[in-house]
Design a protein around this ligand. Structure first.
Ligand code: GLA
Length: 501
């Protein structure tokens, strides 16, 4: 589910879409603005709006998804009595007017189905709450956290809305039993869909999936791990759940009270209230709120790389910031993101990191070779290593990738200097990262689907002569250095990752 792409492509102007065949009288009943409440089994109601305009031969319109952003309807056509269309978010609609309301069935590309009744409403119902003035821009003091890129797990890529208390506890158990905790993974992060609403005092409360957040934090802490949570500066999150708008300090205090150690803060519906020119001030507000809560919490900025966040991320108290839209579990998405990060290298360093999004390793959409490339590239980029798979049932191969300590040592190198690309020819890219001990990590990445014989000269990676030691980090063996450089066979979509000392 690529959020940035959807966000950037948003346009209030609906696209006219031709209906296959004659427009039925029933379809004409679609005209108008409809509020569609989706009731989730765990006690949360998500509000969506359908904005539909019936032309003589077409339907145009959009969906205000999760009260968060507008997506145009696409592919509208009649199917018997129903009008069928989809939106880019990955939702497929089947709509049947009953004279007064619309009966809507939504199926999701990732699996799952909801039924809802859409009722006609006035356009003003869609308005976001009144604007709250952002604070004056000032610098927030560094919180001292994340001296090396944060390592942990996040629920979103695999579980999305299926995350609950049991999954989090079992993941904490698996983090320890799999050897990941010993390899450096620390944070267990709950992403969107944990939120319930607010109590009579305005305090945020979890939904039924999370009966006792403090007890959960205690459990995670008892394993030697830390607990992370998710929110948005907007009234609702990207998933349509309660956001922190107007409750920033109160939420920071609540998190501190629960024992939360990490907050991912996702722009989402804040974009309906604030222009991006005010983005920095809005993030600063939460940076300050976390600091005045008295509990150290890592702050993860999630605004998809808008307004050069890398130039001001640390100044709002951010420890990491997303540089892109959402990753998907496929080679194209991963490699398009990963190989385009080079220009951001100057902005990363101890305490503040570029975040090309969470890992997909082990989620099934890429080959083992591709996942090794993914993990190698993220480590070269000094990226946060947030596993996004189901740790409870991962294969031995997935575990080996995620716990390769020699590769993790590159990611976690104390100098915190990101790799830069030194060559790019015939689909083979050579990236070099300078390490704290004076050594270098070199990745030879083959973006072709077929294998390539390739390599680099010592001078191309900044060395005057052959290094004394060359270590191949996936094969866990030393390589005898050639006089002039390295040359080897790189599998299609694969990598040779070396440490030179
Ligand atoms: C956005 C973020 C994702 C995830 C979802 C949750 O799309 O970029 O990483 O947090 O929201 O709704």
């Amino acid at each position: 589910m690529g959020f940035l792409g959807r966000l950037l492509r948003f346009s209030a102007v609906g696209l006219a879409l031709a209906l296959a065949g004659p427009v039925s009288a029933r379809a004409a009943e679609l005209n108008g603005i409809w509020r569609m409440d989706i009731h989730k089994a765990f006690g949360v109601t998500l509000q969506n709006y359908l904005i539909l305009k019936q032309g003589p031969t077409s339907i145009e319109g959009s969906v205000l998804v999760n009260s968060s952003y507008k997506a145009r309807i696409q592919g509208a056509h009649m199917d018997g009595q129903d009008v069928v269309f989809h939106i880019e978010w990955g939702w497929n609609f089947r709509v049947r007017p009953d004279g007064q309301n619309l009966h809507v069935v939504i199926t999701y590309d990732g699996g799952g189905r909801d039924e809802a009744i859409a009722v006609p409403v006035a356009e003003s119902e869609m308005n976001p709450p009144a604007r709250i003035e952002p604070p004056a821009v000032r610098d927030v003091t560094y919180n001292g956290l994340a001296r090396t890129p944060p390592m942990g797990w996040n629920s979103w890529n695999h579980f999305a809305e299926r995350v609950d208390d049991a999954v989090v506890r079992q993941t904490a158990d698996a983090m320890v039993s799999s050897g990941m905790a010993a390899a450096g993974y620390l944070y267990i992060n709950i992403d969107d869909t944990w939120e319930g609403g607010r109590d009579s005092k305005g305090n945020i409360v979890p939904n039924r999936k999370f009966p006792d957040m403090k007890a959960l934090a205690d459990y995670v802490h008892s394993k030697g791990l830390r607990l992370g949570i998710y929110s948005s500066p907007g009234p609702v999150t990207c998933g349509g759940y309660e956001g922190s708008y107007g409750h920033e300090e109160q939420d920071a205090r609540t998190y501190a009270g629960w024992g939360i150690d990490y907050l991912k803060y996702d722009w989402c519906s804040a974009g309906r209230i604030y222009p991006t020119t005010e983005l920095r001030a809005i993030y600063q507000k939460m940076g300050e709120a976390l600091q005045s809560s008295g509990r150290p919490m890592v702050l993860s900025l999630c605004e998809y790389g808008m307004v050069d966040v890398w130039t001001w991320g640390p100044k709002v108290g951010g420890n990491l910031w997303r540089t892109t839209g959402d990753i998907s579990d496929n080679w194209k998405s991963m490699s398009d993101i990963g190989f385009n990060q080079g220009r951001l290298a100057p902005y990363a360093g101890p305490g503040h990191w570029n975040d090309p999004d969470m890992l997909e390793v082990g989620n099934g959409g890429m080959t083992v070779e591709e996942y090794r490339t993914h993990f190698s590239l993220w480590s070269m980029l000094a990226a946060p290593l947030m596993a996004g798979n189901d740790l409870r049932s991962m294969s031995a191969e997935t575990r080996e990738i995620l716990t390769n300590r020699e590769v993790i040592a590159i990611d976690q190198d104390a100098l915190g200097r990101e790799a830069v690309r030194v060559s790019d020819a015939d689909g083979v890219e050579v990236w070099v990262r300078t390490l704290a001990d004076g050594g270098h990590a070199v990745g030879v990445f083959n973006r072709n689907s077929e294998e390539r014989q390739s390599g680099f000269s010592w001078s191309a990676v900044g060395l005057a002569a052959a290094p004394a030691n060359v270590r191949a980090l996936w094969r866990h063996e030393s390589v005898t250095p050639g006089a002039g450089g390295y040359d080897g066979l790189i599998p299609g979509h694969g990598v040779v990752l070396l440490r030179l000392n």
